[in-house]
Design a protein around this ligand. Sequence first.
Ligand SMILES: Cc1ncc(COP(=O)(O)O)c(C=O)c1O
Length: 399
Amino acid sequence: MLTETDARPRTLADLPEVQSDSLLQLIALCNADPRPEKIDVGVGVFRDGEGRTPILKVTKEAEQRLLDTQETKAYLGGRGDKRFAELIGPVLLGEHASRPGVDGVQTPGGCGALRLGFQLLAQINPDARVLLGTPTWPNHAPIIDGVGLEVEEYPYYERGQAVIRFDAMMDAIRGARPGDVVLLHGCCHNPTGADLDFDQWRDVTRAVNERGLIPFVDIAYQGLGLGLEEDAAGLRHLFAECEEVIVAQSCDKNFSCYRDRVGSLWIKSGSKETTARAMVHTLQNAREMWSMPPDHGAATVRIILDDAELRARWLVELAAIRERINSVRDHIAGADPRLTYIGRQFGMFSMLPLSKPQVVALRDEHSIYMADSGRFNVVGMADRDLDRFTTAVIEAMDG
Ligand SMILES: Cc1ncc(COP(=O)(O)O)c(C=O)c1O
């Protein structure tokens, strides 16, 4: 017999409370701060010297061409823009993009690619664990959790000395079960800025193969570190050496088209047939979630990459983004000996040697917003705010 409680139908009101992503909470806090001098180094978008996140000139032009020439918005199909994938593949993987057993599909940003990739891995082996170096981007664990795979954390970064804990990483890989997955940041590690060097990529590749693991590379910042080719060198080595690899790629930062949601998922297996079957599963999974990826951003990127002149101009604009990141890094690194490591790190993020109370004090007293972990967006502020920022950070470190 049903009790009174059992008989009551469940409603939306029965949903438990849930904490929203910490970075989303930070954005809300910053938006609510009325002080005009506030500095937002929490959110992960590039800002130029004026503090703006401009649309690239080349993107504006490609969008205009799209507007002028597009004759229909009829459905494109689950793969989205096939020419986009054909063009972004070599940017990401170089010559490996066209090898047999390699295929890529357009996704809604890097997030969409991560979700699709992990869902495929969960279908292959629901018992696989995913090795996740910490700290990492806060959305990794929820995405992995969301497909039912188990996360196995290992320490990736030593904050005190600002170095990668490479021994701990290798121990974790050597101790994993065959068939487990290892998630690697392709470049510009978020949140630490601490990237594997090429020798370390080689060691990781060897250990992954010896242990029979599946590597999954997340690369959301190609071209924002050392250069487009340099930032992909480790990934390409691993891609060439391992039989099965998954890669989630994003164009949202290197084409500055964040809200347009442009990315792709790449699958490599030992044969064309296996990859084709994996792709059928992937497209079915995508069909259940978003059916087809949004077109506008990928079509814009396709127009840029398909035109020699626009492509060359994109490379120049991307280089300017990279140069600004690296010059701000040098500036901050030169401000205090305790910050010199920031000049040796890559991409938009690094972590400051600050405790949570110090981070909160920066927020309350100086309206400087960064993640509680001390992670900050190196190019989150305008040039005019840079010295005020470093002075406040140094004060907080001293206090
Ligand atoms: C490490 C990492 N992976 C993936 C993504 C997802 O990028 P997208 O905005 O294209 O979904 C991000 C975005 O912040 C990221 O930092």
